[in-house]
Design a protein around this ligand. Structure first.
Ligand code: NAP
Length: 544
């Protein structure tokens, strides 16, 4: 059986960063990746229009100033192919591929209590023993498709946005359906609309969206960013979202309607996600939120010609940004085209798939291709795919049957020497995930260094610390509007999933401080053992 110090699961941005960091620290690291190449979600989400909602300069690694200086982003918001080129460049530049095994899916990981190591088994029958198990499996990687009656009868092509095929998908002359209007559906709609003969977008919930304000990066802009990249990073690390927007102390309710309109207009045309931070209380107070929501509704109204469509496309019934808003490039305008139709599935639900297409309560639609942009089993889906078996046979699925329980989103009691990167309990999807990823991995590396220096072989989150962290997550989210609606933040995206708010809403800056304090306190809330606890238990039993 192969033996390594650190076994990393997943070769996306987090997995590669973990490999780089732990290898630099002298550890023997192995990354296993189920797919044939690196990139994680960016490998799989090759749908037309896929693009990052975070500005390229911020959605990139900060660990190498040389890399920062050498890489030249072409657009303010990078497309999926450009992001893949970037991550491939990083992998080659730092010679990362030699420690990655592709086409290797972990089926289970079992904690061997006697040796304080993990034994990882893969689909191909391979086993690896590792001191540490790092789960870098992403939050948005377990795709979710509704299981409509007749699905397998459909004669055309069925594609999921999150598992986009590698062959060229041709829409020309075709009748295409997109089911789902989250970020993925909204990004692909304008592009497919231009190529397909006819496009039907099946919408369940109208979503808020902000224009991407994308543009090519000029040489002058590139030089300006690179001249003070550190300061830019510092701003990102010390901002609430990891996007670098400075704290805003003004309430949306303390300014005149005229000034508010001007501020929203300026943010609308340039800031993407930053729009949500125009005033500090947009996500905290319903009345403040209403002002932003109303501004967006007016914007939608100004670009959609048909009044019935306009009404259907207008988000109602949930506060702006309490569900993840999209950042789009011409989504609403697409519905002015003659070849684009909106099918409102609340008004007329999908009854079944047929060999020719989809039958709703209202009518039968014929399609050549149906695209599921129906999202993911978020946060826990990918962590539950393999069986992770900790102390005393406890499985992660059982441990989290009522929702994720963690200390700082990083460690779980009964699962010693296992770290979760940007999973539940961390700022994760409420942040620029790149910032949270690097922050957590560097912190974990510090923890492992401490263990090495003091001769510890086992680290485990303490149940009491998990309770305190869970309470803190709940206390912080109660200050916000996130709980006022169903969303994938609170498990509503999958029927039967525990309804627990999963990410940490206290912000990147606050989280960073908490991690720092925890480290200064000797990694409080974690227990460390120099001999595996199981052996100590046996020794004390022998004495009785
Ligand atoms: P999503 O936001 O979860 O959206 C899924 C969509 O499918 C929703 O409109 C949902 O409707 C709909 N849906 C699900 N089941 C359905 C059903 N049975 N019938 C009809 N409609 C159904 O998924 P996503 O768009 O793939 O995005 C997921 C996340 O990935 C994003 O929020 C973002 O964090 C990330 N992402 C980022 C980017 C980027 O950076 N540019 C791009 C794409 C995705 P309901 O709302 O009613 O549930």
């Amino acid at each position: 059986m192969d033996q390594v110090d650190v076994l990393v699961v997943g070769a996306g941005f987090a997995g590669l960063r973990a490999l780089y960091r732990f290898r630099s620290q002298g550890h023997k690291v192995l990354v296993i990746e189920a797919s044939p190449d690196i990139g994680g979600v960016w490998y799989h989400n090759g749908y037309p229009g896929a693009r990052c909602d975070v500005e390229s300069y911020d959605y990139s690694y900060s660990f190498s100033p040389e890399l920062e200086q050498d890489w030249r982003w072409s657009e303010r918001y990078a497309t999926q192919p450009e992001i893949l080129r970037y991550i491939n460049h990083v992998a080659d530049r730092f010679d990362l591929r030699r420690d990655i095994q592709f086409n290797t899916r972990m089926t289970n990981a079992t904690y061997d209590e006697a040796s304080a190591t993990w034994v990882i088994a893969t689909e191909g029958g391979k086993s690896v023993r590792a001191k540490y198990l790092m789960m870098c499996v992403g939050q948005l990687s377990a795709t979710k498709s509704p299981n409509y009656p007749g699905l397998s009868d459909f004669k055309g092509e069925v594609i999921h946005s999150g598992m986009w095929p590698k062959h060229k998908v041709d829409y020309a002359g075709k009748h295409v359906a997109i089911i789902g209007t989250g970020s993925s559906g909204m990004q692909m709609t304008p592009i497919i609309a231009k190529e397909a003969k006819h496009l039907t977008v099946f919408q369940r919930t109208a979503n808020f969206s902000i224009p991407a304000a994308n543009a090519p990066v000029t040489d002058e802009e590139d030089r300006a960013v690179k001249a003070s990249y550190r300061e830019r990073r510092e701003r990102a690390w010390n901002s609430a979202t990891g996007l670098g927007f400075m704290p805003n102390k003004t309430s949306a309710l303390d300014v005149s309607a005229e000034d508010r309109e001007k501020a929203y207009e300026a943010a609308w045309n340039r800031l993407g996600f930053g729009f949500a931070l125009t005033y500090f209380d947009i996500l905290l107070k319903k009345e403040a939120n209403d002002t932003a929501a109303e501004f967006i509704r007016k914007k939608i109204a100004s670009v959609v010609d048909d009044p019935v469509l306009r009404d259907k496309l207008t988000p109602k019934g949930h506060p702006f940004a309490a569900r993840r808003p999209s950042v789009d490039s011409g989504y609403f305008q697409s519905f002015n085209r003659d070849n684009v139709e909106l099918a409102d599935v609340r008004e007329s639900p999908i009854v079944e798939f047929t060999p020719e297409g989809i039958r709703t309560q209202a009518k039968s639609h014929a399609f050549d291709m149906i695209i599921f942009a129906t999202g993911f089993d978020v946060f826990t889906g990918s962590l539950f795919k393999p069986d992770i078996i900790g102390r005393h046979g406890m499985t992660l699925k059982k441990k989290w049957a009522d929702g994720p329980v963690t200390h700082l989103g990083i460690g779980v009691s009964d699962f010693p020497n296992m770290f979760i990167v940007v999973g539940p309990g961390s700022p994760s999807l409420l942040s620029n995930v790149m910032v949270s990823t690097e922050e957590q991995i560097d912190w974990m590396a510090g923890l492992v260094q401490k263990m090495q220096s003091e001769g510890s072989v086992e680290v485990e989150a303490q149940p009491e610390a998990e309770k305190i962290w869970g309470q803190h997550i709940n206390d912080r989210v109660k200050e916000t509007l996130y709980l006022s609606t169903d969303s994938y933040y609170n498990g509503a995206e999958v029927q039967g999933k525990p309804r627990v708010f999963m990410p940490y809403s206290g912000g990147v800056r606050g989280y960073r401080r908490i991690l720092q304090r925890c480290a200064e306190e000797g990694y409080s809330g974690f227990s460390f053992n120099k001999t595996p606890a199981a052996l100590e238990d046996t020794a004390s039993l022998a004495k009785v």
